[in-house]
Design a protein around this ligand. Structure first.
Ligand code: AMP
Length: 278
């Protein structure tokens, strides 16, 4: 497994690898969710690369950039064990040198949901992913459904900018009690960790209601909020029933829906989602 830092070296190592080349961008502190993307890439592609970069431009000033968990040695051991060919760990200085001033923005899809509560977040995400794509030139790129809006935004950007690659979205990996795996789960104390299953319980209630025939978006939203309200440690930021493709908030009867939410547990902000319908 090659580990590269500088972009010029990364390019050289990349061109030596066979096609199709599968790519998994991450911010590190890897867990089974990340590794599920790596395994999918490994199954589908003769060569696989992973980037580890805590991208400063997708964090706002009051967010957890400096506290974001990091353990590069452990990450490299895990990736080696998965048979990854190439790991790229760029520096912030190389990605955003002093005169840096170019941004990629997916204008509409970045506005609702996470975009409303994390202004500038998706501009940082799309900019860094475009830069990663340009440098590493994948044939396939793997993203998690855990970040549903991110997946939709990246798919739009990939089409709009004619990146010659396929975006593959992989299912959310959960802990045995339903909590979606996330590097941020390590911030939770034992009580918060227990309470954090409320997101899964809330989303599951909406899915069950939908499967039992409930179609009214407002009723489905209320069902999720009711479950969240049973958990005193949980402070919901938003609870949404949206179109899975346009991300527009839905009213009245729905045929398909993205149920999603952001919930604060103490200082930790958790997100999760589930999709129903075709
Ligand atoms: P991150 O390191 O948080 O930027 O995540 C890197 C990639 O892993 C993104 O495409 C995420 O959507 C994906 N990911 C994170 N958590 C999970 C999970 N629990 N299940 C599946 N994919 C995940």
């Amino acid at each position: 497994m090659k580990v590269e830092v500088a972009i010029a070296e990364l390019r050289k190592s990349r061109v030596a690898l066979p096609h199709p080349f599968g790519f998994v961008p991450t911010m590190g502190y890897l867990h089974e969710g990340h590794l599920s993307l790596v395994r999918r890439a490994r199954n589908e592609c003769p060569s696989v690369g992973v980037s580890i970069f805590v991208n400063p431009t997708q964090f706002s000033e009051n967010e957890d950039l400096s506290a974001y968990p990091r353990d590069l040695d452990r990450d490299l051991r895990l990736l080696e064990a998965e048979g990854v060919d190439l790991v790229w760990t760029p520096t912030s200085e190389d990605m955003y040198p002093e005169a840096y001033q170019t941004w990629v923005a997916v204008e509409q899809l970045s506005q609702p949901l996470e975009g409303l509560h994390r202004p500038g977040h998706f501009r940082g995400v799309t900019t860094v992913v475009a830069k990663l794509f340009n440098a590493i030139q994948p044939d396939k790129a793997y993203f998690g459904q855990k970040d549903a809006q991110q997946a939709v935004v990246i798919q739009r950007m990939t089409e709009d900018l004619n990146f010659p690659l396929e975006v593959v979205v992989c299912p959310t990996v959960r802990e045995p009690d339903g909590l979606a795996m996330s590097s941020r789960n390590t911030y939770l104390d034992p009580k918060q960790r227990e309470a954090a299953t409320v997101l899964y319980r809330s989303l599951s209630t909406a899915v069950q209601s939908f499967e039992a025939g409930e179609r009214d978006a407002e009723v489905l939203r209320s069902r999720m909020s009711e479950v969240l309200a049973t958990e005193l440690l949980a402070r919901p930021q938003y609870v949404s029933v949206a179109d899975p493709f346009t991300l527009e908030e839905l009213d009245g009867p729905v045929e398909r829906a993205l149920f999603s939410m952001a919930v604060h547990m103490g200082k930790t902000r958790l997100i999760d989602n589930m999709v129903v319908g075709d």
